[in-house]
Design a protein around this ligand. Structure first.
Ligand code: ME8
Length: 523
């Protein structure tokens, strides 16, 4: 059994259906989970939904539904999308799960026993048209107006419960100083440090009176209150790993190896969450990774702006009706998201960009290589090729060695785009190899042995490429394995990265199918 690896995504709000932005984080987390499994880790991958708060209740009422049936129906949209996108999570947590709510309440009792919770007056601001509440720091940038609609706000004051965040400020600062790789990428680490330098940490208000927020976890110290939704939601990372319910499992799984999210919620994960863990006496997550935003027509894609792209609408338009269970559209989207932008940067979503990526990398380079190789194997070798001590050809050596050393290094850093670029160097090299060796001439000249070795090199190279691509486009990797006559269940096995080594004595019994990816007209 390899080392454990625990990877998480945020819990998404269920006030609307998921869009490409949510798909992005889950594809990233899934790619990392699959890669870690490939290199032998015992992976625990968790995702889920954030279901409390007035925002959710309001959405339910807008749909003329009671809250619970409404959230249940939205959760189904998330799980259906994850299934469609081949997201292989191990556990799906909902903040309405009973075990999670109990954990939240128990955490508050523990923090209270430690003297980390107190009751005090809370000053906040209310936006009547938006029905939203804001605190003073939140409205600093908008000069006292609502950050959403820019209208005037009404000030109010109420009693609430606070968590002593400020007490932990010196600890948090030293934690950051001592762990420069803790928050990634570097620009986000700098942002959190800068924030802490310029803003003294204020205690966090962790309750809301029932009179204005009724849909939430009951505050265990006072039934007149519910728990602040962020305090509730962040605790999923430990409750879902077995904190309180399964101490053995929790001991094995915690701390998380990486929390993935976008930069919008970095502060919650890099300030509130570490302090909550510290106050509970628990170890810190190893990495907090904040990726960039997908934008559409220049603006961040978001449900409140209404400029969202629904993956379930675009996938069928990218699908080519491949003869297998997974459509090429799913992998085209996964590939685009992982390849198009380096992980920390913002990306611009457009139909043109996704189709161009699919046509050039997936249809032209990869699809063409696989199709022509299988075609030639059927034509020149009756579909059957064996390697008899066929070492790596010299012309592959340089690129092969680079992929072998760079791939794990880049993947470990979450640099998926460059890891893919390396693998595709190899794909392009093999296409070039076909042009250079001119197999049709070898065939004409009756040089059958040379032709066999040549085909073996390509098939073995394709097999290795499929192993490397399996975390990114798992359905395609399985299809490639099937087409070249290898058991595709190998790819899902812990430690399957060892299959990326060159095998000098393998054999392939190929089976031609439709091309892996269709070429699509951009306009
Ligand atoms: O914040 N580009 O939930 P949320 C990239 N419930 N990623 C995007 C994106 C975009 N345009 N839009 C959304 C919440 N995301 C809380 C989290 S965690 C304990 C609680 C992704 O539904 C990205 O991961 O608003 C972002 O951080 C998250 O969705 C926000 O999801």
């Amino acid at each position: 059994m390899g080392a454990k690896y625990y990877v998480t995504t945020p819990l998404y709000y269920v006030n609307a259906k998921p869009h490409v932005g949510h798909a992005y984080t889950n594809v990233i987390a899934d790619c990392m989970a699959r890669y870690q499994r490939l290199r032998g880790a015992d992976v625990f991958f968790m995702t889920g939904t954030d279901e409390h708060g007035e925002k959710i209740k309001k959405a339910a009422h807008q749909h003329q539904q009671e809250v619970k049936p409404y959230v249940d129906s939205v959760v189904e949209h998330f799980t259906a999308l994850w299934e469609m996108l081949d997201i292989g999570y191990d556990f799906f947590i909902r903040t309405t799960d009973q075990f999670h709510q109990h954990a939240v309440q128990e955490v508050i009792r523990r923090l209270d026993r430690n003297g980390d919770i107190y009751k005090a007056s809370y000053r906040a601001f209310y936006c009547v048209p938006c029905e939203s509440f804001w605190t003073e720091p939140q409205i600093k940038e908008t000069e006292g107006r609502c950050p959403d609609c820019r209208r005037d706000l009404q000030e109010f004051e109420e009693e609430n419960y606070f968590f002593r965040l400020s007490k932990y400020e010196p600890w948090l600062k030293s934690q950051l100083r001592e762990h420069p790789d803790w928050i990634r990428p570097q620009v986000r680490y700098n942002e959190v440090r800068g924030f802490l330098e310029n803003n003294p940490l204020e205690d966090l208000c962790i309750s809301r009176p029932r009179s204005r927020v009724s849909w939430g976890v009951e505050f265990p110290l006072d039934p007149e209150y519910v728990v602040y939704v962020w305090f509730d939601a962040l605790l999923n990372y430990i409750s879902g790993a077995g904190y309180l319910t399964d101490p053995d499992r929790f001991g094995r799984v915690w701390p998380a190896d990486v929390h993935f999210m976008a930069k919008d919620i970095l502060r919650h994960h890099a300030v509130f969450w570490p302090v909550m863990l510290r106050a509970l006496g628990l170890p810190q997550p190893k990495v907090i990774f904040a990726h960039g935003w997908w934008k559409f027509e220049g603006e961040k894609m978001s449900k409140s702006r209404g400029n969202i792209i629904d993956p379930r609408q675009i996938i069928p338009q990218l699908g080519g009706g491949r003869e297998d269970e997974s459509s090429s559209g799913v992998d085209a989207l996964r590939y685009f998201l992982l390849r198009e932008v380096p992980i920390g940067m913002d990306g611009n979503y457009s139909w043109r960009a996704i189709v161009n990526r699919m046509n050039s990398d997936l249809a032209n380079d990869l699809g063409n290589l696989v199709y022509r190789t299988i075609n030639m194997t059927e034509k020149y070798a009756q579909g059957l090729v064996s390697g008899i001590s066929s070492p790596l050809p010299e012309s592959f050596a340089g690129v092969f060695a680079t992929v072998k050393s760079e791939y794990p290094r880049l993947m470990d850093q979450g640099d998926f785009s460059n890891a893919l670029a390396q693998v595709f160097e190899f794909v392009r090299l093999m296409n070039k190899y076909v042009e250079e060796r001119k197999p049709w001439e070898l065939n004409k000249a009756g040089r059958t042995d040379e032709l066999g070795v040549f085909l073996y090199h390509l098939l073995e190279g394709i097999r290795v490429v499929a192993v490397y691509l399996s975390p990114f486009i798992p359905g395609t990797a399985r299809t490639i394995f099937r087409q070249i006559g290898i058991d595709s269940s190998l790819l899902a096995r812990q430690g399957a990265l060892e299959h990326a080594d060159w095998h000098a004595d393998g054999s392939f019994h190929v089976h031609k199918e439709t091309p892996l990816f269709p070429r699509i007209d951009v306009d």
